[in-house]
Design a protein around this ligand. Structure first.
Ligand SMILES: [Zn+2]
Ligand SMILES: [Zn+2]
Length: 707
């Protein structure tokens, strides 16, 4: 007997195998005409899926009003897109085609690649498929036969996926729509005719299973809706978002640039962007001095050995620029070691390395990868250890640790708080790079705190309060708080379990104590410890981590850090890594979008522009300019012979907060006529009065919570 509890609370009994469609029919209109899928407990099912014979479940029919139904529609549309692409481009190999928050994509492998110019004919073909309204039919085969079917269909990625992950299931499901068959878990719409509005959006590079060592694919993005007006609203919103895009505004407002000659992901701050950054630097520097931080400076490089001790190398070598070896063959020995350790040495590489071994007299002449790999690894390690090598720094912590270690510390000195705007480098994948938000070189507003175990909670708390203060000062309220915990199954974390559990418990405790809403996510910790991240969304809805506070019992262990306790014995301090902005690059990128380029007065690269109506008023205009400059405001004078209207338009486009118009009347009365970029004409005022107003505007809105 099957017992289903419906949303109205009623419980229905069913005997024999039935489908959601039968229940919809029994309930009659509107369900019989509007249901497109169903939900059984947590699982979304096709309308034609057989329900279990017995059991006790929550059951609900899904109509176009349900968010889950929209997902079903969009994934169905991904199938339609894949089918259309396969009709138009021979030899298409399919990877994965999931839904996203705003649509769907399908990763495909096709040569020559698809271009945006192909979108109209793909969309035309999709419309043809939708118009035919064919059903999506599900069938299940035993896994060996399912694998053979994927082979027959010429879909090697699906075969690989079965071999890697799905082989443990006894059967696998497919969905067929006409000639198109796809290995898929579902669910799908009953038929394609329900897709009333769709659009292809963009195309990007992606790796098979998001792994940069695996084949490069194309990711084809689209979206779909049950109603055309929803698509229209979505596209309008997208257009609005594009106007806020920091990559567009950054160029338009001359804030930053990227140059292929310098290298991808390496941001060049233009004068106007540099002003915004400089103001933020002063803002945080002043705040840190109040809070007992000590500024330090450290170089951009460090010995490779330093990072072996810290654990940043080789754990994160994939995400770092390769080490710099002083010896000309250093890089090769390092690659050799890497390949040996990974067990990925090919025949060809083997013979090349054999020669290298002779050149360097490593004594590995009879080298063969099968024999005694461990002792060969040891030989290469020894060679590398005795040859100088450097890493451009991926993190600032090891340098700050050296500063801590340069002098002895007593418990009375702690907390030691070392702060630096430290520039670090990470070798992010080219396809992942994005404007200022995902880059290869960036400056963190970094600091490392060395504290006694008893001070941990109070310091974590005051750092979380600092991040909240920073976000409040900038008016960034739409953040979420994520506690990154370790994934106990992963090998990427260093340090013992007891330390980890302790650190995780402390973080959770403090965050709860502050009454913050948070989500705890496994696998999001730093390799040395758990952390609290402040995550915001950009104009396109993508999430980015900004501020972070991280607790670390491990690096003090690895570097054998000490302080002398009240008992006159050495003790181990605890470290806190934290950056309230995260990095200046990403933070300013997000700020550009948050303010849509219209920075508040205290942050604006140019705060005031003086607009004389004609040459005759230039002298007075210069006097006003000088007065404002002397007061420390960022002011310019537009002395071009253009019409006032044109000057106002330009200042508006550049999003200058205030325009001061100067004509006959103003010179006579020794005033200025004030115009605000969004509020328009503010009337005329004596300059000294306006200066008082500007002084009030020239500081961040929130006051420090430091005591
Ligand atoms: Zn599917
Ligand atoms: Zn650190």
């Amino acid at each position: 007997m099957l017992l289903l509890r419906l949303p109205d609370g009623s419980v229905r009994e069913f005997a024999g195998r039935i489908r959601p469609r039968d229940i919809a029919a029994e309930l009659g209109p509107p369900w019989s005409t509007t249901a497109v899928a169903a939900r059984l407990d947590g699982e979304v099912l096709d309308l034609d899926r057989l329900l279990p014979e017995s059991g006790n479940y929550e059951f609900r029919l899904l109509t176009p009003q349900d968010p889950e139904a929209l997902d079903v529609l969009r994934h169905s549309c991904a199938h339609v897109m894949a089918r259309a692409v396969m009709r138009l481009f021979p030899g298409v190999k399919l990877a994965f085609g999931p839904t996203t928050e705003s649509g769907f994509y399908y990763d495909i492998d096709v040569t020559p690649p698809i271009r945006e110019e192909d979108f109209p004919r793909i969309e035309e073909e999709m419309q043809r498929i939708i118009d035919q309204g064919e059903p999506f039919e599900r069938f299940e085969w035993p896994t060996p036969q399912a694998r053979a079917l994927c082979m027959d269909l010429g879909q090697p990625y699906k075969v690989e996926h079965i071999d890697e992950e799905l082989h443990r299931f006894p059967t696998l499901s497919f969905y067929r729509q006409g000639e198109f068959i796809d290995l898929c878990r579902g669910p799908h719409l009953p038929h394609a005719g329900l897709i009333k509005a769709f659009k292809l959006l963009s195309i990007a590079g992606a790796y098979w299973k998001n792994d940069a060592r695996r084949p490069q694919l194309q990711r084809l993005y689209g979206t779909a809706f049950f109603r055309p007006e929803e698509l229209r609203a979505f596209l309008e919103q997208l257009e609005e978002a594009r106007k806020r895009d920091h990559r567009v505004l950054g160029k338009q407002l001359r804030l930053f640039t990227l140059s292929a000659s310098v290298g991808p992901g390496l941001v060049l701050w233009m004068p106007r962007g540099a002003i915004v950054r400089g103001v933020l630097e002063s803002f945080i520097r002043d705040e840190l001095l109040k809070r007992g931080y000590q500024p330090v400076y450290t170089p951009h490089l460090g010995r490779l050995e330093l990072y072996r001790t810290s654990g940043h190398f080789p754990y994160y070598r994939d995400a770092q620029y390769p080490p710099l070896f002083v010896h000309p063959f250093g890089q090769m020995v390092d690659s050799w070691l890497g390949l040996l350790e990974a067990g990925e040495l090919s025949q060809e590489q083997e013979s090349a390395f054999l020669q290298l071994s002779q050149t360097l007299r490593l004594g590995l002449a009879d080298y063969s990868p099968q024999k005694d790999v461990a002792s060969r690894i040891a030989v290469l390690r020894r060679w590398l250890d005795s040859h100088e090598a450097y890493l451009v720094k991926p993190m600032n912590c090891p340098h700050h640790i050296q500063i801590y270690q340069a002098t002895p510390h007593s418990y009375r000195d702690l907390p030691v708080r070392l702060a630096e705007f430290g520039t670090v480098y990470r070798f992010e994948q080219t396809g992942e790079l994005s404007g200022m938000t995902r880059v290869r070189g960036f400056t963190q507003d970094d600091a490392h705190l060395f504290v006694t175990p008893e001070q941990v909670e109070a310091e974590i708390q005051s750092n979380l309060e600092l991040v909240l203060f920073v976000l409040r000062s900038l008016g960034l309220e739409g953040y979420r708080v994520r506690i990154g915990l370790r994934d106990p199954g992963s090998a990427k974390y260093v340090g013992d379990d007891r330390n980890w559990s302790q650190a995780e418990a402390v973080l959770m405790n403090v965050v709860r104590g502050l009454g913050m809403n948070y989500s705890a996510e496994k696998g999001e910790a730093a390799f040395y410890g758990p952390k609290v991240d402040f995550v915001v969304r950009d104009s396109l809805g993508r999430e980015w981590q900004l501020g972070t506070v991280q607790l670390d019992y491990n690096l003090p262990e690895r570097f054998q850090l000490e302080y002398i306790g009240a008992d006159n014995k050495p003790h181990r301090p605890v470290m806190i890594h934290r950056a309230p902005f995260g990095s200046f690059e990403r933070f300013v990128g997000i700020l550009i979008e948050h303010f849509a380029g219209a920075f508040p007065f205290w942050l604006a690269p140019e705060q005031i522009r003086i607009l004389p109506v004609s040459d005759r008023f230039l002298e007075y205009a210069q006097k006003v300019e000088l007065e404002l400059k002397n007061r420390g405001f960022r002011v310019t004078l537009d002395a071009r012979p253009d019409k006032l209207g044109a000057k106002i338009r330009d200042a508006q486009l550049e999003k200058i907060p205030f325009m001061l118009v100067i004509g006959d009347k103003e010179v006579q009365a020794q005033t200025v006529s004030v115009r605000h970029r969004s509020e328009g004409d503010q009337g005329s005022q004596p300059l000294h009065q306006l200066i008082e107003h500007f002084i009030r505007l020239n500081r961040p809105p929130a006051n420090s919570s430091a005591t």
